[in-house]
Structure formats: C-alpha cells, structure tokens
Write a protein that binds this ligand. Structure first.
Ligand code: ADP
Ligand code: ADP
Length: 228
C-alpha cells in the first residue's frame, strides 16, 4: 500500500482579509512503491501540497486520500523529512530514531533492534551513540531520514531534504536514499527544485507552475532503475 491520490485539490491562505491561492486544482498520485518528485519554482505551492499530504495543512476543496482514506491529520503511516533536520539535540542518534517507536509503545528491545537495522542500512550504525552535534550536516540529514522511516510508514514525504548540502554530499545522499527506497519498497513523494535530482531519483515528476500552483506537466522518467 501507500497510494496517495489528490484530485482537484485547492489550498488558500487568508490573513487580514488577503487570500493567497497557493495550490489550485492540483491532481497528482503516487502509486504504491513509486518514487514521485514535484518540481517547480519557489513559491509555487510544493510545500503546501506536501504539508496537506502530511496532514499538517487542511485543503479547501478537492479530494486527498491515502489508500482510499481521506487524509485529515498527521499519522504514523507517513514519515516526513524537511530541509532542516530537526533532531532532538539531547538524544543520541539511536534514541532519536527510537522516539517514534517509543510513542507507539514498542518494547525497548524491539525498538533497539528496529533502530539498529535502519541505521545499518543508512551506514550509521557506528554513530548510534553519537549526539547530533557530533555529526556532519549530511549525516544528520541521514539520521532524519532513518527517523522518518522508523515507524514503517507507507509513504515517505521529503521537502528539499538535500537542499542545504554541498554537491558532493548531496550525491552520496541521493544514492543512500535510492538504496533504502529499493529495499523498503515504500512510496516516496519528494520535493526539489533541481530537475537533475528529480530525474536521478524518480519514476515520475510533476512540474508545477508559479502561483497559483497548478500541475503543468508530468514527466515519466524513461530509464527504470533496477529494483532489488
Ligand atoms: P514552494 O514550496 O513551492 O516554494 P509554498 O508551498 O511554500 O511554495 O508556498 C506557496 C504560496 O503560498 C506562497 O505564495 C507562500 O507565500 C504561500 N504560503 C505558504 N504557506 C503560507 C501560510 N502559512 N500563510 C500564508 N501564505 C502561505
Ligand atoms: P557526509 O558526507 O555524511 O556529510 P562528511 O563528508 O562530513 O559526511 O564525512 C565523511 C565521513 O567522515 C563520514 O561518513 C564519517 O565516516 C566521518 N565522520 C564525519 N563526522 C564524523 C564525526 N563527528 N566523528 C567521526 N567520524 C566522522
């Protein structure tokens, strides 16, 4: 599972009598196991749309579902990663990853095992007892991804996760993400303004126009990557 469907979704923000139409009649979908990117100029509504899928922002009209159920708030079925990692600085890497599992009431032994498996996939096992401040930016963002994946979400939502990283670190992160996605077989909705990054990572790309954000084109990336 992990099927995201948005049909004719519009989202507007109103404050002090002024209305900003951020997203207008957008229809997109992510099939189970698919990696889909959204690209478009700054301010075109990419983050707003993703925040709606995350359940952080309500939609004004249209239909937005995950596996056929209307999205009306955040849930453990969706993992979220933002551009700025938001790890708890007072917790070690492993405790950060275990946090969501603890909330779900998983036993200490199970949490540790789950966290260590994912940290291993991300090449971070040697750093499980480090604190975020002891890690490079790329490694912190990697921990952020692992934390988002810890609760076994159906969908991973990523908003310019590598935007703050240098080009070399970015390339490494893209490869790690591709590997994790192939192994875990989850659906990914990924925001970027880098078309090259979108093509490297995605099965499909939606191109949005400047405000009000609409879907202008859909690119099916012609070269399928091998899946393990
Ligand atoms: P993008 O992610 O493509 O850069 P955003 O989704 O962040 O675009 O923003 C789309 C539009 O909606 C912009 O004009 C932005 O200023 C506006 N917007 C986003 N969030 C809010 C908000 N909470 N209140 C008012 N306007 C907002
Ligand atoms: P990234 O590419 O993840 O941003 P860097 O390029 O900064 O990481 O570091 C490359 C490698 O150096 C890391 O994969 C790690 O093995 C090692 N390293 C980075 N920071 C630390 C640290 N604080 N302690 C020990 N080793 C580190």
């Amino acid at each position: 599972a992990g099927h995201v469907n948005a049909r004719d979704v519009s989202i507007a923000f109103t404050s002090r009598g002024t209305t900003v139409q951020a997203v207008k009649s957008v229809s997109i979908n992510v099939q189970p196991g698919e990696f889909v990117s959204i690209i478009g100029p700054s301010g075109c509504g990419k983050s707003t749309l993703m925040n709606a899928v995350a359940g952080f922002t309500p939609i004004n009209s249209g239909v937005l579902t995950l596996d056929g159920k209307t999205i009306d708030g955040p849930g453990a079925d969706r993992g979220v990663v933002f551009q700025q990692y938001s790890l708890f600085p007072w917790m070690t890497v492993r405790k950060n990853v275990e946090f969501g599992l603890k909330m779900q009431g998983m036993s200490a032994a199970q949490r540790e095992s789950q966290a260590r498996t994912l940290l291993g996939l991300a090449g971070l096992l040697a750093f499980e007892n480090h604190y975020p401040s002891q890690l490079s930016g790329g490694m912190r963002q990697r921990v952020g991804i692992v934390r988002a994946l810890a609760t076994s979400p159906q969908v991973l939502l990523m908003d310019e996760p590598f935007g703050a990283l240098d080009a070399q670190t970015r390339t490494v992160m893209q490869e790690i993400l591709t590997n994790m996605w192939q192994r875990l077989r989850l659906s990914v909705l990924f925001i970027t303004h880098d078309i090259e990054e979108g093509i490297f990572l995605s099965d499909r790309i939606y191109v949005m126009t400047a405000r009000p954000g609409r879907v202008k084109a859909e690119i099916v990336v012609p070269l399928p990557r091998p899946r393990k």
